[in-house]
Design a protein around this ligand. Structure first.
Ligand code: ATP
Length: 416
């Protein structure tokens, strides 16, 4: 073990007391079981960077599931076990901790999931993506707080570098290409020179990755604070084209993403909205290719298709003097992110305004009378009821009537 630094006081200062206590107990219990336990991965990186991250990932040289079962008794939380992977998740109050059994991995074929077997912390760290994510902190008594840094992760953090652990890293798992760009842009780091070379060399390896894994990476990117930074870099390196050759990570996209954030603030924009903006310039066929390349779930696929249909209606939506009920009819039924994307992307202020009118007001307008009320007023049961409801809705949308009494009066007038 390297003599290294001790991060116990940093942990105390930066992490919530409840999590610190939990880790301390985890170390004590692992010790009585004759096991070693470590805090690993992103949280160690962020601890050293002084950034908030409370997603604890623990790795046990031993049996993570058994240990988790024992730890569960401490906080009477919920446990979920994944025997196939030898991992467990503990959840209590607002906290969630992942426990994994230390493992080594071998890749039989590039891009496929690796074969895994229980192993030591050293081997567990050696399978990781980047040096800054390959550090651990000991939690056992006598070892508590000690940094395990076998690949110079701390030094790379200091120099703001993203570095792979070995030459075949991107070949083994090309999702690391996307991960590398994500960390580089999130942290304002740089891909280390050789890593950048390897990354460029291995871009074709992205073809070995399943649609589901690529989609997951894209979702992670769109979940970042500034996804446009990643798409810009991905475009520059020729990685974005691997999602679809027609995608652009340009200034226009950056501007639209920024507007999307302002619009949905204080919440971040829905991933579907970012996706619709990213795919905005694609044609019908190109969109369909992207949908199948990423095996997008139904709702996201629908958003992209709706976005294209709406794009073709923008000119109509810009017609001056349209009544609210006409706007409603044009927009009814489309997914909200597709509408927002079009309101942001449209070059016609009138079309954007009409979409916003629908989203902010028209879609909430309802009538008060029900089918039963109408029958009580003397309308015969049958398809008529639906038609009258629609006419009332239209009158409400256009502001011709504003109350339940207005609706009753209007129906009575129609009956006369
Ligand atoms: P984030 O802040 O984005 O959540 P994280 O580092 O916690 O970052 P996770 O995706 O939760 O990222 O992964 C946890 C850890 O597992 C990483 O820090 C890294 O050590 C390792 N890891 C994840 N994905 C890979 C991969 N594809 N190849 C190698 N190691 C990986």
């Amino acid at each position: 073990m390297p003599r290294g630094i001790n991060l116990a006081s940093k942990m105390e200062k930066q992490l919530p007391a409840e999590l610190v206590n939990f880790m301390w107990f985890a170390g004590e219990i692992a010790h009585t079981r004759g096991e070693r336990i470590y805090l690993v991965g992103g949280v160690v990186r962020d601890l050293l960077l002084g950034q908030a991250n409370f997603d604890l990932d623990l790795v046990v040289e031993g049996n993570a599931i058994e240990l988790a079962q024992q730890l569960k008794k401490l906080n009477r939380g919920k446990i979920t076990t994944y025997p196939r992977f030898n991992t467990a998740k503990l959840q209590w109050d607002k906290w969630s901790v992942d426990l994994a059994t230390a493992r080594s991995e071998t890749y039989d074929k590039p891009g496929t999931l690796p074969s895994v077997k229980p192993s030591s912390i050293d081997n567990d760290l050696s399978r990781r993506d980047f040096t800054i994510n390959a550090m651990a902190i000991g939690l056992n008594p006598g070892y508590y707080g000690k940094l395990v840094d076998l690949y110079g992760g701390r030094n790379d953090l200091k120099h703001k570098l993203i570095r792979v652990l070995h030459e075949k890293s991107f070949t083994d798992d090309a999702t690391r290409i996307w991960r590398g760009l994500r960390y580089e842009q999130r942290l304002d780091f740089h891909l280390e020179r050789k890593t950048l070379k390897l990354l460029k060399r291995d871009i074709p390896m992205l073809d070995t990755i399943s649609a589901d894994r690529i989609r997951y990476e894209l979702e992670c990117i769109l979940g970042e604070k500034y996804p446009e930074k990643v798409s810009r870099r991905a475009q520059e390196l020729g990685v974005l084209a691997k999602l679809h050759p027609a995608l652009k990570g340009n200034g226009w996209l950056a501007e639209k993403f920024e507007q999307a954030r302002r619009l949905s603030s204080p919440e971040p924009p829905e991933v579907g909205l970012y996706l619709a903006l990213l795919a905005y310039s694609l044609t019908n066929e190109e969109t369909e290719r992207l949908i199948s390349h990423l095996r997008l779930p139904k709702s996201s696929a629908q958003t992209l298709r709706d976005s294209i249909t709406l794009k073709s209606k923008l000119r109509l939506l810009a017609t001056p003097g349209m009544s609210p009920s006409t706007i409603y009819r044009l927009l009814e039924g489309y997914s909200s992110p597709a509408m927002v994307a079009n309101s942001l992307a449209s070059e016609s202020p009138a079309a954007s305004q009409n979409i916003r009118l629908f989203l902010n007001k028209l879609k909430y307008i309802e009538i008060s009378l029900t089918g039963n009320d109408l029958m009580r007023l003397g309308i015969a049961p049958g398809p008529h009821i639906r038609e009258i409801i629609e006419l009332l809705h239209q009158a409400r949308l256009d502001g011709e009537i504003t109350s339940k009494q207005d609706e009753v009066d209007l129906v009575k007038r129609w009956l006369d």
